[in-house]
Design a binder for this molecule. Sequence first.
Ligand SMILES: Nc1ncnc2c1ncn2[C@@H]1O[C@H](COP(=O)(O)OP(=O)(O)OP(=O)(O)O)[C@@H](O)[C@H]1O
Ligand SMILES: [Mg+2]
Length: 162
Amino acid sequence: MTIPASVLEIASPSVEQTQELGARLGKIVQAGDVIALQGDLGAGKTNFVQGLARGLGITEDVNSPTFILANEYYSGRLPLFHIDAYRVRDAAEAEGFGLDDYLNGNGVTVIEWAERVRDALPRDVLWIQFEYVSENARGIQLDALGKESRARLDELENAARA
Ligand SMILES: Nc1ncnc2c1ncn2[C@@H]1O[C@H](COP(=O)(O)OP(=O)(O)OP(=O)(O)O)[C@@H](O)[C@H]1O
Ligand SMILES: [Mg+2]
């Protein structure tokens, strides 16, 4: 019997590896998935999202949406909603830019600085924490907080082993 993983810890030795992890997740995410990213400035969140977009087959350039809060990409297998909550104070303020519409939409929502809007998020999210280790290395911890996110984490692990 295999017990589904709910936490996965990965050491990323380079920006390319961080993007590759994102790309692997991009290949298996499903409509309605919510991916929460947490980590300091420069920890690698946006680079991860760039990989996620590539895995979804998105052809546009993906940049940090810090000033406009949300970017939408429709050229891939599923719509990708990329939100940066750095300038958002709390969940109530997040409602002001329609966070709920993204969360309830039929795309994949990925949120940088997700801890700022934690109260507005659904229960079942894939929560990913990035930690600075050294100039080129990051620690990445993925926590599945529910059934769907756990299924995705399992698939990610199996794909890594194959
Ligand atoms: N292993 C690594 N994974 C990801 N980024 C890395 C890694 N090693 C070095 N870097 C560098 O760290 C920086 C990460 O930048 P990125 O924009 O992805 O961070 P961020 O977490 O989105 O920051 P912000 O909170 O400002 O949006 C880049 O300059 C990248 O080249
Ligand atoms: Mg960023």
